[in-house]
Design a protein around this ligand. Sequence first.
Ligand code: F6R
Length: 260
Amino acid sequence: MEVVILPPEDLAMEAANVVEIQLRRNPSSVLGLATGSSPLAIYQELVRRHREEGLSFAQARGFLLDEYVGLAPEHPQRYRNVIAEEFSDHLDWPAERIQAPDGLAQDVPGACAQYERDIKAAGGVDIQLLGIGTDGHIGFNEPGSSLASRTRIKSLAAQTRKDNARFFDGDLEQVPRHCLTQGLGTISQARHLLLVATGEQKATAVRHLVEGPVSARWPATVMQWHRHATVLIDEAAASELELTEYYKQTYASKPAWQGL
Ligand code: F6R
């Protein structure tokens, strides 16, 4: 696992570089998309590169990590709508090339199994963008999630509903209680995991992710098993780490050819 500690604006540049290199190498790459605040600066930078530098998403495929259960099709917080609003509507990325778990499915297990098949049929995810919850979730794999889990329904933890109430006018009652999420096993099959976290409120989860034991108690720790995982954090999110100086020196002295 590589830990990169930089100011927030530089983190977005680094992540955008990874996505751009991938898309220029293979325009039909498969991108795994996170929602929430963490990837927004990355999405804005990619939109800029599309507009000003011709970076194209036209042939790419996209798979969202997760979706709330029960939000109406036009609800602004439905993750499919959030991604369109914040990202894909500003690109040359046809909507039908981006998929999300179906939070309105009648047959929930069937829809989750189909989502897994769709990811596989697309060739698997090349780059999976991730944020981390204050309770250590990735996707919506809350504490206790099986490290081998696949796409399924989950109950959102009280902490996550509280954290996400800011997207629902601060009204906890409006935050759904259930979600569909790619499992930790599903996420682990992406070829490159790229997690971004900023701010002091993420410091404890980041400490467990990077330096804690692998445990379902802190689901993001499954990333320690991954062969290509990058953790992009600012100083505040890194503030509880022990080996900060080592991570900084390693990044500063990387061979130029290596990339992230
Ligand atoms: C969202 C998702 C979540 C968020 C996490 C952090 O698709 O999968 O794991 O990444 O809750 O959210 P923010 O970035 O809003 O702090």
